[in-house]
Design a protein around this ligand. Sequence first.
Ligand code: NAD
Length: 488
Amino acid sequence: MRDLETRQYIGGEFVVGDAESIVVVNPANDAVIASISGASATLAMRAAEANSQAARDMKALPLLKRAELVRRLALGIRMDAARLASILTLESGKPILESRGEVEYAASFFENAAAAAEMATGELPASRMSDRRVLVLREPIGATVAITPWNFPLAMIARKFAPALAAGCSQVVKPAEETPLAALAFASIFEHCAHEVGAPAAAFSVVVGDPPTVAQALIAHPSTRKLSFTGSTEVGRILAAQCAPRLLKTALELGGNAPFLVFADSDIDRAVEQAMLSKFRFMGQTCICANRFLLEQSVAEEFLARLEVRVRALANMIGDPTLEFTRMGPLINDAAIEKVESHVADAVAHGAQLRVGGRRAEVAGLSRRFYEPTILSNCDPTMRCSREETFGPVVAAMTFHSESEAITMANAVPYGLAGYVMTQDADRLLRVAEALDFGVIGANDGAPSTAEAPFGGRKDSGLGKEGGTHGLDAYTDLKYVSLRVRNC
Ligand code: NAD
């Protein structure tokens, strides 16, 4: 592909890395897309230093200019949508239709953050004493660091950087080594927009390199005030431990194990539609993908039979992710497909019934990372596909007999990111939504992510909220000024 940016973006300029190269490979066909000279710890420290200076410059930038820049970035993303979508598909294997959706999703975070910043207010709480006023001020928290995963290479940067910038902070991003090209393409959009608006071009940096080396250098810098991480629970724990001695603020958006509850009183066709959306987006590689399908016994067979028809049709749309017709591309890497295979094998060995799929799909001339959409029924909570995030196109179905049993089963995992409930009974909808111990609930909705909502998990799924006004709050600190007023 022409015009791929492969340099680091540090302190407002593109620079060539000084460490071992990161080779970016297309998961669909194993072709090398780019080789990026990685950043050493020294270069990462330079980025942290520039980030620190930029935080001071951003704090001084009037809201009018900040909001202008943030809105200009939404426009910049949309103007470059075709190129960004192609990059996302090339480096992640995401079907092109979904990549376009991700680009639009990313733009929406910038619009939302600009609006939230313009609406932000301080407080003047009622004073307990006649000679005192308390002014509560909002201030940007300063220099921040973001570490992002490969499954939404652009949108996860947008979800973190848009509110950071709108609040008046700076940010260094370390993207996933599998998908750094969308981050660098965005850096060139940022550089252009910042110059156009007259804002600090160093308010954003992208550092690509060995993850622990870069992360440690960024976290250790004395000016870094916050780490926002999206990725696995395992790495989230490592990073939280590194942040602890510095008492850094942390936002951790981690793994999930989403239950998808289908009650007998649901509209089954609608439930199937939402299940397809929730399970097979990006071949099951999103953090909120349904992982466990909990079906009320009396409708389980009907639901599975209708789902099977849809899944068989989907299997005919596996192919080259750059093609318009394709709905399922490759999984991100060999480890991902091997995990899916091991979950299916474990379930079948322990009594699950394989209704459809359950093997790699052959796609002429392409890699061996394509997996057929799969349905396993007769699963139970002890199987790996129930206990762990499969992160692949596998429906693991089991049954329940009552609402309370469904809720107990749904909540019986250490994760708490997303949960789904399908029912037409309004009372049940609200009861179950309240009882599910998850941060995001899809109520007859298989795709609940949206820029205006406070996205985030509970328990082992992490800490903090991103999106909407709460996303902005995560990058602001409150300060109060206590004023003594002389009474006449
Ligand atoms: P990952 O944890 O392996 O990697 C995420 C990021 O952390 C990458 O940038 C990676 O380079 C970096 N990293 C890895 N090891 C590191 C280390 N030792 N020190 C510092 N940085 C390190 O996760 P992944 O496989 O890229 O992403 C998939 C996971 O992310 C899934 O568990 C998924 O559920 C989760 N996820 C969560 C959300 C959410 O909003 N909660 C969104 C998307 C993905």
